[in-house]
Design a protein around this ligand. Structure first.
Ligand code: ADP
Ligand code: MG
Length: 422
């Protein structure tokens, strides 16, 4: 190991207590430390935060971290502060700060104490902040959840669109680090273009999740009793059941409760207190199952979720991958079961009807992939990884037999059977 490598390892140990890097982290970090534009594509849980946190801590100046979720920023700031002698090492800059607090943040940055400054993209549009940031030393700019910049992503945020202009205003040659768990080609192109870094060094980790078992079942009118049977067979295990509508979430969680299953609902229509309570019940194992809309999940890190059921098929392969990805984070068993009926696709199409044409076209294209995935007879894993631009060989790849189509191949119709006798 070179001296620089030893330094990175000791910094890793010192600040985070980890004894080694995960996956591509070390290469990424060297590249960020070197001041290059960097693009990091790693699945959720891959360890993207460290790719900017560690360089920020060892580089001169303050790194600006753009992230869409205030709760996630707060968690990260608390974690960094916990291992540092100085509380000012990390700050969040947002609209909830009063004048005194803003002054404290500015002073800490000016005095070189703050290594990480977390900001929501909308806060960066404030003239006052931009004018201030122009005057201080910025080590680099990290854009977390960078897919929010793309309409092809599953979580488009218009505020992300202005980032390129804002970064330029803060400084001319600020290195940019974009990070995302979205692996589709379209989104990647969008990110590089929208952040204005076509020359970025790109690091892409594999999206294979070998411990997850993928299964799609046809959705019949017996779907609820099928789900009850599945959950009962997995008694005591934690699971998430996704439904499209709040109404269905309420209905299904009641049906499960009536059948003696510990289940709670979660959707954006519940008041904040109830949502937090239900989320905590899940984390503390006071309930086995959360029946939820997609409002549930972002930032929830329960390592031992043993199954994710899609009562309704999601609107894109990416959403499916993100949502199923919440199973088996600890590397243990994770059963991903989706129910599919073409009627549900038509329902999703209808939802898009009022939207701008361009958005409808994107939505339609994404849905067609969902149809193809649901109806395919090839390996689900192979399909997903192909969608993300990865070749997968079921014979040699990890988890090669972990889906319904590989375990129970649909009977191929022999050509001669098709010939009608005249
Ligand atoms: P991502 O943003 O890619 O979803 P995170 O940055 O949230 O992933 O990291 C996921 C988990 O992995 C966190 O609990 C983090 O502490 C842990 N982690 C990251 N890097 C390492 C490492 N080198 N060694 C051990 N654990 C790590
Ligand atoms: Mg992350």
């Amino acid at each position: 190991m070179s001296i620089a490598e030893i330094d990175l390892h000791s910094a890793l140990k010192k600040y985070f207590g980890f004894s080694g890097f995960k996956g591509l982290q070390e290469e990424v970090i060297k590249n960020v430390v070197a001041g290059n534009n960097t693009f990091v594509i790693m699945p959720t849980g891959g360890g993207k935060s460290l790719c900017y946190q560690l360089p920020a801590l060892i580089k001169e100046g303050t790194a600006i971290v753009v992230s869409p979720l205030i709760a996630l920023m707060k968690n990260q700031v608390d974690a960094i502060r916990a291992v540092s002698e100085n509380e000012g090492v990390a700050h969040v800059l947002n609209s909830s700060l009063n004048k005194t607090e803003v002054k404290r943040v500015k002073d800490d940055i000016t005095n070189g104490i703050t290594k990480l400054l977390y900001v929501a993209p909308e806060s960066l549009t404030k003239e006052e902040y931009v004018d201030f940031l122009r005057t201080v030393k910025i080590s680099f700019m990290a854009v977390d959840e960078a897919h929010c910049i793309s309409e092809w992503g599953h979580d488009f945020r218009p505020e992300y669109r202005n980032l390129k202009t804002i970064i330029k205003r803060i400084g001319d040659n600020i290195p940019i680090v974009g990070l995302t768990a979205t692996a589709t080609e379209k989104v990647q192109e969008d990110i590089l273009k929208s952040l204005g870094m076509p020359n970025a060094v790109t690091f892409k980790a594999s999206f294979n999740r070998p411990n997850l078992y993928y299964e799609v079942r046809p959705k019949t009118k017996n779907v609820d009793s099928d789900i009850i049977r599945f959950v009962k067979q997995n008694e005591g295990k934690s699971g998430i059941i996704y439904c499209l509508s709040r109404k269905r979430v309420e209905e299904l969680s009641q049906v499960l409760q009536v059948n003696g299953i510990k289940a709670v609902p979660y959707h954006a229509g519940l008041d904040a207190k109830t949502r937090v309570k239900h989320q905590d019940m899940f984390l503390m194992e006071d309930t086995d199952v959360v029946v939820a809309t997609i409002a549930f999940g972002m930032g929830i890190d329960k390592p031992d979720v043993r199954f994710v059921i899609h009562h309704d098929i999601p609107k894109s392969i990416e959403s499916y991958y993100q949502e199923t990805g919440r199973a088996g984070r600890d590397g243990g068993e994770g059963h991903c079961l989706a129910y599919y009926a073409y009627k549900d696709i038509e329902k999703l199409e209808k939802f898009m009807a009022g939207k701008p044409v361009a958005e409808q076209e994107i939505g339609h294209a994404l849905l067609q992939e969902v149809v193809a995935f649901s109806e395919t007879s090839v390996s689900r894993r192979k399909f997903i990884l192909h969608y993300f631009g990865e070749e997968f060989d079921n014979a040699t790849g990890e988890g090669g037999d972990m889906d319904d189509n590989v375990r129970h191949p649909k009977k191929q119709v022999e050509a001669q059977d098709d010939v009608q006798t005249l």
